[in-house]
Write a protein that binds this ligand. Structure first.
Ligand SMILES: Cc1cc2nc3c(=O)[nH]c(=O)nc-3n(C[C@H](O)[C@H](O)[C@H](O)COP(=O)(O)OP(=O)(O)OC[C@H]3O[C@@H](n4cnc5c(N)ncnc54)[C@H](O)[C@@H]3O)c2cc1C
Ligand SMILES: NC(=O)C1=CN([C@@H]2O[C@H](COP(=O)(O)OP(=O)(O)OC[C@H]3O[C@@H](n4cnc5c(N)ncnc54)[C@H](OP(=O)(O)O)[C@@H]3O)[C@@H](O)[C@H]2O)C=CC1
Ligand SMILES: O=C(O)C(=O)Cc1c[nH]c2ccccc12
Length: 408
């Protein structure tokens, strides 16, 4: 970014379908902060800025808000955490929504959020590079901006269908087929469950370890139990308690090939960002053998996969539930020392503020509730410096005006 009083400049590429060359680069001047990304994080910070009467612009690469939720999730997806932990600032979910809203209800909520706060992002604008100085750049492009697609030996000879979980919609087209799901995070577990419900023969790769917890403990969400305990107790103690309760409810999950990490579930989430699996039914399918757990992959061959235990499985299709990554390093031009700052490195709760007007929302590994907290802090911080600058400018104009008058 470049600057001039309260304006900022970003280089963006836009899609103009009528142009010969559909991609064009241009520099736009913006009055006030630039927000990049119109997912929940971008919308939350925009709404909070609106309430403080700070003008802004949102640039979004897709043609709609919340594109992760609208375009890159499977049909059966529901929020994992109760709705009060997933709402954005200043507009609660409708009362008649269930405790765990469906993705369609979540999208409906986000659409009404944007309408209510009159947020109008500029769509089809992909930020390709951004430099910044003393102005405000709010990075809200998400921890899940790009799919992670690992390289596997022989995959080019496999011959069957290979999709990432972000392109998986439903198990309907896999009925009666043999599917390998690679990865056992929340996506791998839920895709496996969905495949199983569509009578596909499903094997799921667990190459290392995973924490599987019940979604609820005695009618209370496990997440809520965890965060409530964390207010008073150290994380190791909370983790121990959750694991004891999990053991009582689920038994020994190791027995079924789901080895637990050494570090407890919340500590692991805090330190590495790895989210524990909140089970919504996959575990009982694993217990009954309907979802088969298999170890890491050595290589693929035509219609088959070889595993590290020497087994070879014949399979028709592969779903890569291998996770996501941020795309910030590819477009944000920062000096080396700035790289050490906000983005993904600063610990909670300070992670949202960098140097020189750079802010991040939704990178503190705390899901939607963390993004909402970031958004409120960022908007507050920007609003106070915006008001300060606006006051300065009014003063400057007044002084110039007086000089003019004294000239006569
Ligand atoms: C399947 C799935 C389910 C989840 N469920 C939950 C849940 O139940 N509860 C919870 O708390 N969290 C959940 N999460 C975590 C998730 O990260 C948040 O729900 C939420 O979507 C994060 O919002 P965000 O705005 O930070 O990122 P995103 O929703 O990813 O939005 C970022 C936006 O930025 C845009 N963008 C990216 N790069 C650029 C660029 N260079 N230029 C312009 N625009 C760009 C993207 O198109 C996107 O619209 C889930 C994640 C996944 C993948
Ligand atoms: N209903 C909900 O709310 C849902 C929420 N989510 C959220 O979305 C985010 C992303 O989840 P998800 O998509 O599951 O991604 P994750 O990053 O959580 O999981 C990726 C999985 O892929 C495995 N993996 C990666 N590379 C390989 C490889 N080469 N060979 C074998 N396995 C591999 C990982 O194993 P390893 O651990 O060994 O690296 C891990 O099990 C999370 O925050 C999750 O909670 C997702 C789905 C549903
Ligand atoms: O589902 C997700 O991706 C989330 O990030 C939600 C979430 C944030 N912190 C957690 C701790 C335990 C389980 C889920 C989450």
């Amino acid at each position: 970014m470049n600057s001039n009083n309260n304006t900022s400049c970003v280089n963006i590429s836009s899609m103009f379908p009528s142009n010969d060359n559909i991609f064009s680069r241009r520099c736009i001047w913006v009055n006030g902060p630039v927000i990049i990304g119109a997912g929940p994080s971008g919308l939350a910070v925009a709404a909070s800025l609106k309430r403080q009467e700070v003008p802004f612009i949102i640039l979004e690469r897709a043609n709609c808000i919340a594109s992760l939720w609208q375009n890159r999730t499977y049909n059966r997806l529901k929020l994992h955490l109760p709705k009060q932990f997933c709402q954005l600032p200043n507009l609660p979910f409708p009362e008649d929504f269930p405790k765990y809203p469906t993705k369609y209800q979540f999208i409906e909520y986000l659409e009404s959020y944007a309408t209510y706060f009159d947020i109008q992002p500029k769509f089809n604008e992909t930020v390709q590079s951004a430099k910044f100085d003393e102005r405000w750049l709010v990075v809200a492009t998400g921890e899940n901006a790009e799919k992670v697609v690992p390289e596997f030996d022989g995959l080019e000879d496999f011959g069957g269908d290979v999709v990432h979980s972000s392109d998986y919609k439903s198990g309907e087209r896999y009925r009666g087929k043999r599917i390998l799901v690679v990865g056992c995070g929340n996506s791998g577990m839920e895709v496996s469950l969905d495949l199983c419900n569509h009578n596909a023969s499903t094997s799921m790769v667990v190459r290392s370890s995973v924490h599987v917890l019940p979604r609820e403990i005695l009618g209370k969400s496990t997440f809520e139990v965890g965060v409530t305990m964390m207010k008073w107790l150290p994380v190791w103690f909370v983790d121990k308690t959750l694991l004891i309760l999990t053991r009582l409810l689920m038994g020994n999950t190791d027995k079924y090939g789901l080895k637990r990490p050494e570090v407890g579930p919340l500590e692991l989430k805090n330190t590495t960002g790895k989210t524990p699996v909140l089970d919504i039914g996959a575990f009982s399918k694993i217990k009954s053998g309907k979802i088969k757990i298999v170890p890491g992959i050595v290589k693929f061959g035509p219609g088959k996969v070889e595993l590290v235990d020497g087994r070879v499985l014949e399979i028709d299709s592969v779903v890569l539930a291998t996770g996501y990554r941020s795309n910030v390093p590819s477009w944000l031009q920062v000096d080396n020392d700035l790289e050490e700052m906000a983005i993904e490195k600063n610990p909670f709760p300070k992670g949202w503020k960098g140097e020189a007007g750079l802010y991040t929302v939704g990178f503190t590994r705390r899901g939607l509730s963390g993004a909402s907290l970031d958004a409120m802090s960022v908007a507050q911080d920007i609003a106070s410096s915006w008001k300060e600058e606006t006051k300065q400018q009014v003063k400057t104009v007044a002084v110039r005006h007086r000089r003019c008058i004294s000239h006569f």
